[in-house]
Design a protein around this ligand. Structure first.
Ligand code: AMP
Length: 213
């Protein structure tokens, strides 16, 4: 069973998915995180994906479907919070064929806020935890170091690449929402330009309405 979590870059999907994973035992799967792991491990797939990711482009579908299948098979007994997939109409069609999509949590922010947040975002290379540059503490650096990582800026979190990613988001990912709605999948639209707790409260309210929590 799948809950899709979607929205523009830096809308806070990962943060909300982590909250739901912690509180309800769902499994958060981010295709971006999986691909970054492949890049880090310098696998064949990772090397191929890296050249696309650096430019803010989507990696080829086949590569992604392999990675997706592996992740979905591994956690088939859990409710999965799928983050970063589907991003195109062929991907959403594929997903609807192979899995039961229960609903979509759609966290929306403006492009302006997306660019600003992404430039201010840092990531721990060991845990993939996201940090906000202005709010980083010495403790955060220490925690990441203890996990064996470093706090860095993603290579695709620069204004030029974020704009390219947003363009793809509007042209190719947004249409997936209409597709899902047409196929009677509930899409919960949530304003992501608010504090984390307020967004989380809305997400939980919607999931309660359809008895997923
Ligand atoms: P994200 O962490 O979701 O922002 O994803 C980072 C990058 O990984 C994207 O810009 C793409 O290059 C790649 N990626 C992640 N998910 C997908 C997907 N479903 N299809 C194609 N490329 C993807």
């Amino acid at each position: 069973m799948i809950i899709v979590i979607t929205g523009p870059q830096s809308s806070g999907k990962g943060t909300q998915a982590e909250i739901l994973q912690k509180e309800y035992g769902f499994k958060h799967i981010s295709t971006g995180d999986i691909l970054r792991e492949e890049v880090k491990a310098d696998t064949l797939e990772g090397r191929e994906a890296d050249s696309y990711m650096k430019k803010g482009l989507l990696v080829p579908y086949d590569l992604n479907n392999t990675i997706l299948k592996k992740a979905l098979d591994k956690y088939k007994d859990k409710t999965i919070l799928l983050d970063g997939y589907p991003r195109t109409l062929p991907q959403v069609e594929h997903l609807m064929k192979i899995a039961e999509v229960k609903c979509v949590i759609y966290i929306n922010i403006s492009d302006e806020v997306a660019v600003q947040r992404a430039c201010n975002r840092r990531i721990c290379t060991a845990t993939n935890k996201i940090y906000i540059l202005d709010k980083l503490t010495p403790q955060d650096y220490e925690t990441c170091k203890l996990a064996g990582g470093e706090i860095v800026q993603r290579t695709d979190d620069n204004p030029k690449t974020i704009k390219a990613r947003l363009k793809i988001y509007h042209e190719q990912t947004s249409p997936c929402l209409s597709y899902l709605e047409k196929h009677k999948i509930p899409v919960f639209k949530i304003n992501g330009e608010r504090p984390i707790d307020a967004i989380s409260a809305d997400v939980k309210q919607e999931l309660k309405k359809i008895k997923l929590i």
